[in-house]
Design a protein around this ligand. Structure first.
Ligand code: ZN
Ligand code: ZN
Length: 210
């Protein structure tokens, strides 16, 4: 059984806890004016900015936006996926021919002896041509389903910073899988990298994240 990878970092973990209405968790000044844990908008903005850095999903979004939604290794982007799918769908449709349709209710009313065996045969043949074309050209849904992911340029296990945008890059699924495979084989002789969430939590709660 594997531990759930919880990448959530709480304000309490980052700034420590304070009694509401006592001292500012950011600067330590007195909290007044009905405020709870920060003394001012200034400190509230600092809190929000820091939490944004430590929140994986917002950081991930920022990195992908910064990289123009494009794989920094191979240049793949969603527009390439859209055009590739469209192109492959066209090739398959051309190779398979028009899909045979079942006789309509109108046709069924007009003719009393529909040749179902012939219809099933035509449909089977069409499906075989379509599947052969998918084998040849690729399945537009399955084989072009790459998406964008965010990669740690220097892996956390090798001392890379987990949240510094400078250590993060956008990769497509394919490039990310390849890079990870190389990293894992290089690391095969060294001890296991352990659990990501534990490393992130340690980073945040001790050492440089204190
Ligand atoms: Zn303050
Ligand atoms: Zn790529």
């Amino acid at each position: 059984m594997t531990a759930k990878r919880d990448l959530t970092t709480t304000r309490k973990q980052v700034f420590g806890d304070v009694e509401p209405g006592t001292e500012c968790r950011i600067c330590g000044r007195n909290v007044e004016d009905g405020r709870r844990k920060v003394c001012s908008d200034y400190c509230d903005n600092i809190q929000t900015a820091v939490m944004g850095m430590l929140n994986w999903s917002s950081l991930r979004r920022r990195v992908i936006d910064r990289d123009d939604e494009t794989c920094t290794q191979c240049g793949w982007d969603r527009e390439i996926r859209r055009r590739a799918r469209e192109h492959i769908r066209g090739l398959i449709a051309e190779a398979a021919g028009e899909q045979p349709t079942s006789p309509s209710m109108k046709e069924l009313g007009e003719q009393d002896d529909v040749d179902w065996d012939q219809h099933r045969q035509r449909y089977r043949e069409w499906r075989e041509r379509r599947d052969a074309a998918k084998d040849k050209y690729g399945d537009p849904e399955r084989d072009f389903g790459r998406s964008l992911e965010v990669d740690h340029i220097t892996p956390i296990a090798d001392g890379g910073h987990p949240f510094d945008p400078g250590n993060l890059q956008t990769l497509c699924t394919k490039c990310h899988t390849e890079k990870t495979a190389v990293e894992n084989s290089e690391r095969a002789s060294t001890p296991s990298r352990g659990d990501l969430s534990r490393e992130l939590t340690e980073f945040v709660t001790d050492g440089s994240g204190k």
